[in-house]
Design a protein around this ligand. Structure first.
Ligand SMILES: Cc1cc2nc3c(=O)[nH]c(=O)nc-3n(C[C@H](O)[C@H](O)[C@H](O)COP(=O)(O)OP(=O)(O)OC[C@H]3O[C@@H](n4cnc5c(N)ncnc54)[C@H](O)[C@@H]3O)c2cc1C
Length: 113
């Protein structure tokens, strides 16, 4: 299995000891991690990956696992904006993060109401 990541590193938002342990475990089971690579195309034969560093070639993989970043979805908030009072954004719809951040933001909003 191959993990493809556009950023220069993976698990960078994890607590360092947990991140290191996760990468060690993935290494033990033979997972390859490629950084600075971009999924270009998914074909029946596999996934075509582009190296994000200029001048390097594209590569293909037969079996690939790829993750992508998260983006907030504020459609519900926007559809209610101006129609209801006391409308707040909290958690991932405000900014994708962790459970801790979602609970903290929600607590602070509730606290200030
Ligand atoms: C694969 C994955 C792994 C993760 N692992 C971790 C982890 O290990 N530790 C950690 O801290 N965080 C982790 N996170 C992040 C964490 O899940 C989120 O930060 C957290 O769930 C955000 O909480 P939330 O209440 O803002 O959103 P959500 O948990 O997404 O809850 C939003 C809810 O609103 C509902 N909803 C959406 N639209 C509507 C609508 N129109 N009407 C009614 N209901 C609606 C959805 O169905 C959902 O139940 C992970 C996220 C992912 C995707």
């Amino acid at each position: 299995m191959t993990i493809i990541e556009m950023l220069p590193n993976v698990a960078k938002d994890m607590e360092p000891i947990n991140g290191r342990a996760l990468l060690d475990e993935l290494g033990k089971i033979g997972v390859t991690i490629l950084v600075r690579k971009k999924v270009h195309e998914v074909t029946p034969e596999g996934v075509v990956v582009i190296d994000m560093e200029p001048g390097k070639n594209r590569r293909s993989f037969l079996t690939t696992h790829f993750g992508h970043g998260l983006r907030s979805d504020q459609a519900l908030y926007q559809s209610l904006e101006g129609k209801v009072e006391g409308l707040y954004l909290a958690g991932d719809c405000n900014q994708p993060g962790t459970i801790f951040e979602a609970v903290r933001d929600s607590f602070l909003i509730g606290y200030h109401i």
